[in-house]
Design a protein around this ligand. Structure first.
Ligand code: GLY
Length: 367
């Protein structure tokens, strides 16, 4: 259970943001226009397998947040790194267009109001909508037609966004039904989540829960649970459907109850003894940001304050124990992230989504 008694606070968070700015600046100067995904022994490298290309929005997304905190000098770099993503508004290979465009073009559009930027967001949402399978009622994952991932809850937001911007009721229905299916088949009664669901392509029948990155099909992969608590909160923000708020809170309560007092979970809540010591700081960072979002949504102010305190506890632990500041050779911001433990990719490393959601959570936590 996360303990909400913690020291630290705004000064610690501002120092962490300043460190993040130094690390990102060094990366941009050392290796311009490189969008790394995870480090190897603390170094960003070009030759590491990706499995799937879902991360390119996170580095420019950090730059947009740094622009708000550290100054306008970040803007040109943020624009340059974001602009190069534009062709991906049509990318049908990945289920991650929310990650790519909501972290970048959404922030850029909110700053400028330029309709051409909004058009890219809308197209990306419409492209995501094409992943919908009527039989089963879900947006399919990148691995196969019959596969639904919990991660897609972080990307269905751009489908809601495009539907609401254009008044497209059919697209809104796609987003709604995806969330309802995910809630039904991947979120369990105790608020824990499965990573993947498999459907019968002929009938649409839901067949089983499985996993790629978690320990096993009946375990709870901690990052998946963090995606779920955050993603259902976002779905509630778009729809005000109380079912999504209840699900977000059930996932949040499960995350908080399962995570040790310091706020940083093991890579899988049911990990076997031999790997249980391996934390995933990216899951912690995502949960912190998602809890801060949820804190502003909960109908009960006491609950909202509790989520906010838990998020701050997580952030304080990340700042005090996992910031790479003590290791001058480490090129990332946050240590202790995990990408894909079974494939041996990015284990106990900096991972770009961990960096992004850490910076986003710091931004949300600061006044
Ligand atoms: N593919 C998303 C994740 O690794 O969480």
């Amino acid at each position: 259970m996360i303990s909400i008694h913690s020291e630290g606070g705004d000064r610690l968070y501002r120092e962490a943001l300043a460190f993040a700015a130094r690390q990102v600046r060094a990366l941009v100067e050392r290796d311009p226009d490189f969008y790394p995904m995870y480090t190897h022994h603390g170094r960003w490298r070009h030759d590491l397998p990706a499995w799937t290309h879902w991360c390119d929005g996170f580095l420019p997304g950090i730059m947009w947040i740094l622009r708000a905190h550290c100054g306008e000098s970040w803007r040109a770099t943020a624009e340059r790194y974001s602009r190069r993503l534009e062709p991906r508004q049509f990318d049908r290979e990945v289920h991650d267009l929310g990650f790519i465009f909501m972290s970048t073009y959404r922030r850029w559009y909110e700053l400028t109001g330029d309709p051409a930027l909004n058009a890219v967001l809308i197209q990306a949402g419409q492209t995501m909508g094409l992943r919908f399978r009527e039989k089963g009622a879900y947006l399919r994952s990148f691995v196969a037609e019959d596969s639904l991932f919990i991660d897609i809850m972080m990307n269905v937001g751009i489908v809601f966004y495009a539907a609401l911007e254009t008044g497209d009721a059919a697209l809104l229905d796609v987003a709604m039904r995806h969330c309802l299916t995910t809630r039904r088949v991947l979120v369990r009664g105790d608020g824990s989540t499965a990573h993947e669901g498999i459907f019968d392509l002929e009938t649409g029948e839901f067949l089983k829960q499985t996993t790629h990155q978690g320990f096993r099909r009946d375990s709870c992969w901690s990052r998946g649970l963090a995606w779920s608590l955050y993603g259902f909160g976002t779905a509630y923000g778009y729809t005000r459907d109380p079912r999504f708020l209840r699900t977000a809170e059930a996932c949040a309560d499960c995350f908080i109850a399962q995570t040790p007092a310091g706020g940083v979970p093991p890579w899988d809540f049911d990990a076997p003894p031999e790997s249980r010591g391996q934390v995933d700081t990216s899951a912690a960072a995502i949960a912190a940001s998602g809890l801060l979002q949820l804190a502003g949504m909960s109908a009960d102010p006491v609950k909202g304050e509790f989520y906010s305190q838990c998020a701050r506890r997580i952030l304080t632990s990340l700042c005090e124990q996992y910031l790479a500041a003590a290791d001058p050779a480490w090129e990332g911001i946050l240590q202790g992230g995990v990408y894909h433990i079974h494939k041996g990719l990015g284990v106990n490393e900096s991972v770009m989504w961990g960096e992004y959601f850490f910076v986003e959570a710091l931004d949300r936590a600061l006044p």
